[in-house]
Design a protein around this ligand. Structure first.
Ligand code: NOJ
Length: 518
């Protein structure tokens, strides 16, 4: 058995609850829909699930604008549904990570309603209110995400501006106020007491702010301030949150969304093992399908994280970005090779629901666009069955289906052993079998141009080699004595047979160098 904590050896599967499965016929996925499909997750072999927000919300940002942190939005079900989901998941050995959104609430949250009601309200200082700049206008030049406009909205009634790093409906909390810290710690306690295994912490690098709120440098305009905020105050706050998690039994964890596109900065949010357990590192997500660019990302991650004992994370798709199959040009062969890449690296991989089906983004006609941030395509509903309504309860889902739902659905792909779904399952099973894949060191090895190859080695002697051909050419690996059996091939060809030294276009292989044909 592994000595490492579960969050280092797990494969985490992100569910965007609105889009997973609707059981009550309102066109929006719900907690009961997730519970219904735990079988699928167990069969696939994931270890943990991260649920995007399901809390009470006016849905200006589809749940990332929360009006009650300790209540389930009626769209998704009830607290009893949540408890049942946790219990069923735990019975199957699947851990549950919930989203926690500490930087901002909804403008409908009672805290903000109170704060906005008057300058003397005791909750005024729970948010960031400032007078207009001398001469009028917003207090500084910060830019909001999604709108590209000022990160400040003027409140006529009280004559001040409030800060919102995202939509005006998402006012930023003032974490410099100890009452806010305590109230948000209480939210964590509420969910920890209900048995969650961890938190995915939304834009956590934003919670500490420079008390002077100075202008961003001209050269960074108009980058949203949310991509620039990097402050010592945040680290202090994270240590407090970490102490709270550590006071609970059972290895509770947090993975932080550090939306700073610089791995050196991201690394600092692990602290000295006293801040985040894991941090998302997005530069690889923004890296195109190119061997050299990926080599450099892998090297940067080892260079920045290994020396400080920080455990990496890898993610190719999520609810904020075009799906990687779409980004990489739409080819299923590449999506398959990318699965081998993601699941062969050193660190905790995060899958985004539907990538195991090779889903592409939906084409969303203008009259069905609902997200102010332009992210509808990757949030298309998951098709479960071949025939409409594809395993959903009947009503038209809130977004259009992704392409080819008649074949790109769970039932059809489960019946087809050659499907990408079965490839993901074989890869997850290979990770479970191999300590080298789960926890071993990583070293890059010689490979022809357009190809990346690396070795994973575990102290037990277990070893694996991975080869990903990013090019459109068939390549021959250098004669370095590499042999063994192909354990998984992205296109299924040659699995179980000795490695020939050849790798096909957009093909990726997982090789067990110590195995030999019997
Ligand atoms: C990051 C989340 O992933 C995104 O969906 C959300 O819109 C912003 N944070 C604001 O909460």
């Amino acid at each position: 058995m592994s000595e490492l904590p579960w969050w280092k050896t797990s494969v985490v599967y992100q569910i965007y609850p609105r889009s997973f499965c609707d059981t009550n016929g309102d066109g929006v996925g719900d907690l009961a829909g997730i519970r219904r499909h735990l079988d699928h997750l167990e069969w696939l072999g994931v270890d943990a699930v991260w649920l995007s927000p399901f809390y009470r919300s006016p849905m200006a940002d589809f749940g990332y604008d929360i009006s009650d942190y300790c209540e389930v939005d009626p769209l998704f079900g009830t607290l009893a549904d949540f408890d049942a989901l946790v219990e069923d998941a735990h019975d199957r050995g699947i851990r549950i990570i919930v989203d926690w959104v500490p930087n901002h609430t909804s403008d409908q949250h009672p805290w903000f309603v109170a704060s906005r009601s008057g300058r003397d309200n005791p909750k005024r200082d729970w948010y960031l209110w400032r007078d207009p700049a001398p001469g009028g206008g917003p207090p500084n030049n910060w830019v909001a995400a999604f709108t590209g406009g000022p990160a400040w909205t003027y409140d006529e009634a009280t004559g001040q501006y409030y800060l919102h790093s995202f939509l005006p409906e998402q006012p930023d909390l003032n974490w410099a106020n100890p009452e806010v810290v305590e109230a948000m710690h209480d939210v964590l306690r509420f969910w920890l007491d209900r048995g969650v295994d961890g938190f995915r912490v939304d834009v956590v690098h934003l919670i500490g702010k420079d008390p002077d709120l100075p202008d961003d440098p001209e050269e960074y305009l108009p980058i949203p301030h949310s991509g620039l905020n990097h402050r010592p105050e945040t680290h202090e706050l994270l240590r407090g949150i970490r102490r709270l998690l550590d006071s609970y039994p059972g290895d509770r964890m947090m993975v932080g969304e550090v939306y700073l596109l610089d791995t050196t900065m991201v690394a600092t949010y692990y602290g000295s093992g006293d801040e985040l357990h894991l941090a998302f590192n997005f530069p690889p997500l923004y890296t195109p399908w190119d061997a050299e660019r990926w080599r450099s990302q892998i090297e940067i991650v080892s260079r920045e994280l290994d020396p400080i004992g920080a455990w990496p994370t890898w993610v190719l798709s999520n609810h904020d970005n075009k799906r990687h199959r779409t980004r990489y040009g739409g080819s299923e062969a590449r999506a398959r090779a990318a699965a081998v890449l993601l699941l062969g690296l050193r660190g905790t991989p995060f899958l985004y629901a539907g990538e195991e089906l090779g889903l592409e983004d939906a084409v969303v006609p203008t009259d069905r666009v609902v997200d102010p941030g332009g992210r509808d395509g990757c949030r298309a509903p998951i098709p479960w069955e071949p025939a409409p309504p594809h395993g959903w309860a009947g009503a038209d889902p809130w977004l259009p289906w992704p392409p080819e739902p008649g074949t790109r659905n769970v039932v059809s792909q489960r019946e087809d052993p050659a499907s990408i779904l079965h490839l993901y399952r074989r890869l997850l099973a290979a990770r479970r079998r191999s300590p080298a894949l789960r926890e071993g060191d990583l070293s890059l090895i010689d490979a022809p141009p357009g190809v990346l190859a690396w070795r994973r080695v575990h102290q037990s002697g277990d070893e694996r080699v991975l080869i990903v051909n990013f090019s459109a050419d068939r390549v021959t690996m250098p004669r370095t004595g590499l042999s063994g059996l192909v354990e998984v091939a992205s296109d299924g060809s040659g699995e179980g047979a000795p490695f020939t030294g050849e790798v096909g276009p957009d093909q990726a292989l997982l090789i067990d160098p110590r195995a030999s044909a019997s």
